[in-house]
Design a protein around this ligand. Structure first.
Ligand code: ADP
Ligand code: ADP
Length: 233
């Protein structure tokens, strides 16, 4: 369903390729963890999936990225948004509402969900991820872990085929980090959403990922089950 064909990208202002010669496919229902040093190309990989590259960053683009048959160069970012949901590192910048329920409603209203289904979809989503009690809370009063859950729920409510997350636990304590990964596992198992998550916590990745990739200097350095990959490091 996701296919990279010899994909390379160099940012306009940069000397080196952020990603070079990436060829791989990811099947529906997978749970893929991505790890690598700072500057290795992890965020660039996520941008190639949701069309931010090439639509929002200028640079040299080679090869092809296909997501559910959509070529990311041809497809509009809004077409891609219904297929690939993204949770960025800066969730405060990503969230648009002050109250939790409005954050979910905003996406549902803007992505063509039938009007009589919007409220029930919002309520179902909050219940599914166990945050019904946060429905009327002001987002600015939530803990980091609660905010992250709201950001993920708002994107998952749109029922994308694929959910891409860039370091969702970066600022969270171990217990909240575990809760986020349990939530991702639930979305993967119950809704069949393909999960692609960039993460620095190797123990979490090895426990939750079905497939683990190490990116190094813009290339896929290792790719396999967590057992296979960790044996080689
Ligand atoms: P770096 O040394 O920064 O990694 P390279 O110059 O080795 O960058 O290029 C990395 C990858 O980018 C190559 O493997 C190739 O696939 C692709 N690439 C670079 N230049 C071109 C080009 N002119 N046409 C097509 N692909 C290119
Ligand atoms: P990671 O997410 O693994 O830390 P990135 O994908 O952010 O890595 O960055 C890969 C490479 O691309 C790095 O060398 C980084 O400096 C460069 N890069 C990232 N964003 C930009 C940008 N907007 N302009 C120029 N270079 C960039």
């Amino acid at each position: 369903m996701i296919e990279f064909k010899d994909f390379s990208f160099k940012y306009k202002e940069s000397e080196n390729f952020a990603l070079s010669g990436v060829s791989l496919s990811i099947q529906k229902g997978d749970f893929v963890g991505i790890i690598g040093n700072s500057g290795a190309g992890k965020s660039t990989f996520t941008y190639a999936l949701n069309g931010i590259i090439p639509h929002h960053f200028e640079g040299d683009f080679y090869g092809e990225v296909n997501v559910n048959g959509l070529d990311t160069v041809e497809a509009s970012p809004s077409q891609l948004a219904l297929t690939v949901g993204s949770v960025f590192q800066d969730i405060d910048g990503q969230m648009v509402s002050s109250v939790v329920e409005d954050e979910l409603l905003f996406g549902l209203e803007n992505f063509g969900v039938p009007h009589d289904r919007i409220e029930s979809r919002m309520v179902e989503m909050l219940a599914m991820v166990g945050i019904e009690d946060l429905r009327y809370r002001n987002i600015s009063t939530l803990s980091g872990g609660q905010k992250q859950k709201v950001a993920i729920a708002a994107v998952a409510a749109l029922m994308p085929d694929i959910l891409v997350l860039d370091e969702p636990t970066a600022e969270l304590d171990p217990q909240s980090s575990l809760q986020i990964f349990n939530m991702l596992r639930m979305l993967n198992e119950k809704m069949g959403i393909t999960i692609i998550v960039v993460e620095q916590k190797i123990m979490l990745l090895s426990e939750f990922s079905k497939r683990l990739m190490i990116i190094n200097e813009g290339r896929i350095f290792l790719d396999g089950t967590p057992q296979e990959v960790l044996k080689d490091t």
